[in-house]
Design a protein around this ligand. Structure first.
Ligand code: NAD
Ligand code: MN
Length: 477
């Protein structure tokens, strides 16, 4: 594609990262061989095999849970909050010191642009540890009584879209409250969690406080079902979330579920359109659209729809798709062949159901998993692409005439994780926001995250909150 001016390649160097040929499990402060098989993690941008990673079996899960229990009973739950805080601050500072290494590794294993891992993911990861370090000695102000107690051992399972950020959302509040953890990263993106394990060693974190076990759904199932777990924290798909809820039903395990979304990004006729276009682009093309709170449904007021779409298409034509390690890249690789197949399938269904498909001209790399930024116009509520989560760089455009119609369409979804409102009118922002059944509502911005702000869903988007003071409640009695 020719743009007004072309960019020379600006690749970030890989040499800062040392990827080992194979990795074991991090149990009781040490890397150990698993009893099970191993699996490969690849770079989705090139399909290059990066490393062999151990697949934890039932015995490994048991060893990790027992290590976490010992560390909980003997060390971590007894340690004063101000001492736990020191470890969390230390981890936060090491993350900052090693941020370039973490960002490069995240982009290699996940496929996300280095611009995002460097400027969004890793800074927020460090901020999360700093923020919850600050809470560790102030838990009596968490709103759970004068001497709130931890839950025990937390089993934590995270997805592949923000590997290290989801780890931080899970581990930082758990540790601050005095719990110990066994965390399982997603099978396509285990490498930064294993680097985090090294950071725990570097921080002299007592053995067993953090355990990292790798594997796929079977390992996750074994962790959820293990009787030694007091709390399950899961982020991932609604289907797996439901399965987890069934597994823990009837036990006294506590659960938080952060599931999918199908957010409405609502643009009113008085909105600043250029700013809204940037927000729409951030809303759906940030992180290839692999974002649970992505603004995947654009609801635009009919009178400005043509003008807005013309501006949006012009802006999309300048998005650079390609090498995640190039500092100019806006849209990186789709995380896996499976995810690419799902995005293709739903997009083809959108076309077959009569919606108008458009992508800017763009040359996609020969190897790896790629999908161009795409919009569908003429979408109605009945279309599957308006109802189902695509989890890719695909935007469905719907129109509305009145604010009431916008609210009705926005809420007409089984999900309720996030939403966006674009208007110059402050009173309208407040009124519409109060009518939206969504955990997070952004006004004149989108996809902004802050450790002090709670995040979580309504309906099939799950339950429980992560972040802020609310995030402590999930880890205290
Ligand atoms: P997934 O549910 O298949 O996998 C998520 C994690 O669960 C992985 O670590 C996986 O190995 C594990 N897992 C799979 N089956 C399991 C089982 N039966 N028991 C226990 N663990 C199991 O999800 P995915 O398709 O890899 O990720 C995309 C989905 O995650 C999307 O639907 C997205 O909306 C959702 N997501 C939600 C949030 C949020 O905060 N709400 C954030 C990121 C992703
Ligand atoms: Mn990978």
């Amino acid at each position: 594609m020719t743009t007004p001016f072309d960019y020379a390649p600006a690749p970030e160097s890989r040499s800062i990262v040392d990827i080992k040929p194979s990795y074991g499990l991090f149990i009781n402060g040490e890397f150990v061989d698993g009893h099970g098989k191993s699996f490969k993690t690849i770079s989705p941008a090139t399909e290059e095999v990066l490393a062999e990673v151990a697949e934890a079996d039932d015995a490994d899960v048991d060893a990790a849970v027992k290590a976490a229990r010992r560390a909980y009973d003997r060390v971590w739950s007894r340690m004063p909050g101000r001492e736990r805080a020191k470890y969390l601050y230390r981890i936060a500072r090491i993350i900052q010191e090693r941020s370039r290494e973490l960002a490069v590794l995240e982009s290699i294993d996940n496929g996300k642009p280095i611009k995002e891992s460097r400027d969004v993911d890793i800074p927020i990861v460090a901020a999360h540890f700093f923020y919850y370090a600050g809470w560790a000695d102030k838990l009596e102000y968490a709103g759970r009584g004068a001497d709130p107690r931890p839950l025990g051992v937390a089993g934590q399972i995270i997805p592949w879209n923000f590997p290290l950020l989801m780890l931080a959302w899970k581990i930082a509040p758990a540790l601050a409250c005095g719990n110990t953890v066994v965390l399982k990263p997603a099978e396509t993106t285990p490498l930064t969690a294993l680097l985090f394990a090294e950071i725990c060693q570097q921080a002299d974190l007592p053995p067993g406080v953090v355990n990292i076990i790798t594997g796929a759904g079977g390992t996750g199932q074994a962790l959820v079902a293990h009787p030694g777990i007091d709390k399950v924290a899961f982020t991932g798909s609604t289907d797996v979330g439901k399965a987890i809820a069934r597994t823990v039903a009837g036990t006294d395990k506590k659960v938080t579920l952060e599931l999918g979304g199908k957010a409405a990004n609502i643009v009113f006729d008085d909105a600043p359109l250029d700013q809204a276009v940037e927000g729409i682009v951030t809303g759906i093309f940030f992180n290839q659209g692999h974002v649970c709170c992505a603004g995947s449904r654009l609801l635009v007021q009919e009178s400005i729809a043509d003008e807005l779409l013309a501006k949006l298409k012009r802006r999309m034509s300048t998005l650079r798709v390609g090498d995640p390690l190039d500092k100019n890249t806006d849209v990186g690789a789709i995380n896996s062949a499976e995810q690419l197949a799902r995005i293709r399938e739903l997009s083809d269904i959108g076309e077959a159901e009569g919606a108008g498909r458009w992508s800017p001209e763009c040359v996609l790399p020969q190897h790896g998993f790629w999908f161009p930024p795409t919009i569908f116009t003429g979408v109605t509520q009945a279309h599957r692409i308006a109802r189902e989560e695509i989890f890719g760089p695909v935007l469905s455009v719907l129109t509305f005439r009145t604010p009431a119609e916008a609210v009705e369409k926005a809420n007409n979804t089984p999900y309720g994780l996030s939403a966006g409102i674009w208007t110059e009118k402050g009173s309208r922002i407040l009124k519409i926001a109060s009518q939206l059944r969504a955990g997070v509502v952004w006004a004149n911005t989108f996809n902004k995250f802050d450790p002090t702000s709670p995040f979580g869903g309504y309906k099939e988007s799950g339950y429980g909150r992560e972040g802020g003071r609310h995030g402590l409640e999930a880890y205290l009695r």
